[in-house]
Design a protein around this ligand. Structure first.
Ligand SMILES: Cc1ncc(C[n+]2csc(CCOP(=O)(O)OP(=O)(O)O)c2C)c(N)n1
Length: 624
């Protein structure tokens, strides 16, 4: 009989023997492989922490004890152990289970997360709340070695160590971020891992002692305690010790019994925060993922037997187009340098890294640092390009304002995954970029409609002597339209893609295509809509707008972004400033967080599909 279906809450895990837990780990691993191969998701990270998660739920009593996974992409085993097996088959699908921690799903998920390096801060807050309220539970944060390249972790540890807060941090060290982990700390962790032979010795001593009747176990425990103390004093854990943490480890992150033991010990330490170093293998148990953990970090549906995607995508992604555009200008201009925050592959920079390794910088999961470092590079004459997902760029807002735009430095942000990203959901959609950035002085904002325009924008960005953001959605859109006036792309100029006298649709990025399709639908109903590609969101093409004002055009703005403070609001402001008629409709995302699903489903939910746009426009015109 299978064990996993009998696990309805973590208490059921605590009732299992160690041997049953090993069997349970196998069942969980198989469930994850089967489900992710159908639904897509974060495979390698989730295969790596199965035993660790079981051990956590054996030693701690969630939800009384608080367990927080950093980022949250490695939470599948936790979901399966907290009564969510039945819904697991709906992972990442529309109205199904989230691929990340989700408060609405379970009392065992404390925060909805998806961004890195926040767990220790949150855990410290929970620990302080506990202490102030006189409660007595444990708080545990599980943080990957990749996430530990994010500066917030050290802000939190510095604070926790100083306050001597009772808190447990588990370092899940698999030597990998999405790709190989980078930075001086990754070397430090390697040295710590090398000392793991100590752990093997300790294990052998315990096995021998446990065979001694009656006295064996207590002696083994005492020896271990002594060794732990010696170890934490004399070994390389001193980085954490300096931050006020007691360091324990490293331990085998696939040995459930051993880990449970270690967690039980850590629970006894009340006078100082503890960091427990676990060594795990990313992709553990699925050979292909073990061998290529980067490829299997986040996957689209694939065939288990060979790891190949079920649906091959033939067209170029937006990130690839931007990466290629960058390689092209780097060949001509030595000043061009590229920066990634641990996402070279995802943001299309792999080719740049291969061709220009000396002009390529992977800074780790450190977006804030990336932007300020780019300021330094630009201040001394270089042309830095920071390729980043729009959602993670949110983190570097002040660095963009203060270190880049205030200095008017020519730093270019390649703002990838703008708009809806689909199945990663609410923590990952890039729908706040335009509202977030529109108000920053000196900043040029471009939102190209297709892969050709992305290349054009990258090339044109070299002519801007100030900061610039080029944003594009996750999918690549093949070139599909030309400016009707035949003029090439130019910053500050909008392009008319379709003429029409009944109304004017102003759109940018992916929505330009939807606007074109909506215009075709409207044409069948006898409504002729002009479609304008407003790629240059800032500066807007005031000459074009004024021509529209003069002929009293009925304006409709369409954006795949938050409406408050967005492009439509900005057009409306221009109308007020010029005494022109306000837009008849501002179509965009109402002020809320949108969950996961396919991009199509999410666009539909928000009324942004071509047919819906056409319908809305027809209704607006009727009411005029
Ligand atoms: C602020 C931020 N930047 C980038 C990412 C993208 N990202 C998701 S997981 C990950 C790697 C995390 O590595 P690690 O913490 O070691 O976990 P592992 O997947 O190796 O278990 C990255 C870079 C993110 N989630 N948040």
């Amino acid at each position: 009989m299978k064990i996993l279906p009998e696990i309805h809450e973590p208490g059921d895990v605590r009732r299992l023997s160690c041997q049953q837990c090993e069997i349970l780990a196998g069942e969980i691993r198989q469930t994850i492989i089967d489900t992710v191969s159908r639904q897509g998701g974060h495979l390698a990270s989730n295969l790596g922490d199965v035993e660790l998660t079981i051990a956590l739920h054996r030693a701690f009593e969630s939800p009384k004890d608080k367990i927080i996974f950093d980022v949250g992409h490695q939470i599948y085993a936790h979901k399966l152990l907290t009564g969510r097996l039945e819904q697991f088959s709906t992972l990442r699908s529309y109205q199904g289970m989230s691929g990340f921690p989700c408060r609405a799903e379970s009392e065992h998920d404390l925060f909805d997360t998806g961004h890195s390096s926040t767990a220790i801060s949150m855990a410290l807050g929970l620990a302080r709340a506990r202490d102030l309220k006189g409660e007595d539970h444990h708080v545990v944060a599980i943080v990957g070695d990749g996430a530990l390249t994010g500066g917030m972790c050290y802000e939190a540890m510095n604070d926790a160590g100083n306050g001597k807060s009772r808190l447990i941090v588990v370092l899940n060290d698999n030597e990998m971020s999405i790709s190989k982990n980078v930075g001086a700390l990754s070397v430090h962790f390697r040295n710590l891992r090398a000392s793991a032979s100590w752990y093997g010795g300790k294990k052998r001593i315990r096995q021998v002692l446990e065979c001694v009747p009656l006295l064996g176990k207590p002696i083994a425990h005492v020896i271990e305690k002594a060794k732990d103390m010696v170890k934490s004093v004399v070994t390389e854990g001193e980085l954490f010790e300096a931050l006020g943490f007691r360091y324990l480890g490293p331990f085998d992150g696939h040995n459930i019994d051993e880990m449970t033991h270690v967690f039980e010990e850590a629970k006894q330490i009340a006078d100082t925060p503890v960091l427990i170093h676990m060594i795990t293998k990313k992709g553990n148990g699925y050979d292909l993922a073990e061998r290529q953990p980067e490829k299997f970090h986040g996957v689209a549906p694939f065939r288990v037997e060979n790891g190949l995607r079920r649906k091959q995508s033939s067209h170029e992604s937006a990130a690839q187009a931007a990466g290629k555009g960058l390689v092209a200008i780097a060949a001509e201009d030595q000043r061009v340098v590229a920066i990634t925050a641990a996402m070279a592959g995802g943001t299309g920079l792999s080719e740049f890294e291969t061709y220009y390794p000396e002009r390529f910088f992977d800074v780790g999961i450190a977006e804030q640092h990336a932007v300020s470092m780019a300021a330094g590079l630009a201040r001394d004459g270089l042309r830095p390009y920071f390729a980043v997902y729009a959602t993670f760029m949110q983190r570097a807002y002040d660095q963009l304002v203060h270190d880049v735009c205030l200095q008017n430095l020519p730093v270019c942000i390649l703002n990838d995954h703008a708009g809806f990203v689909g199945d990663d959901g609410k923590t990952h959609h890039g729908v706040l970029s335009v509202p977030m950035m529109l108000s920053i002085p000196n900043l040029t904002i471009l939102a190209p409609r297709d892969t050709q325009e992305i290349r054009n924008c990258v090339r044109a960005s070299l002519t801007i002597e100030g900061p610039c953001v080029i944003q594009y959605s996750k999918d690549g859109i093949a070139p599909y339209a030309q400016a009707t006036d035949g003029k090439p792309f130019e910053i500050g100029r909008w392009q008319q893609l379709r003429a029409g006298g009944d109304c004017t649709i102003l759109a940018y990025g992916r929505m330009t295509k939807h606007a074109m399709e909506a215009a075709q639908i409207l044409a069948k109903r006898g409504i002729e809509a002009e479609v304008v590609d407003c790629c240059s969101i800032k500066p807007m093409d005031m000459a074009y707008l004024k021509r529209l004002f003069e002929r009293d055009a009925v304006l409709i703005t369409v954006e795949e972004g938050e409406k408050i403070g967005g492009f439509g609001s900005e057009v409306a402001r221009a109308c007020v400033d010029h005494g022109a008629k306000a837009p008849a409709a501002i179509i965009g995302i109402e002020n809320r967080f949108v969950a996961h699903g396919t991009v199509d489903q999410l666009l539909e939910e928000c009324g942004l599909k071509s047919e819906q746009i056409a319908q809305r426009i027809a209704a607006v015109l009727k009411a005029e």
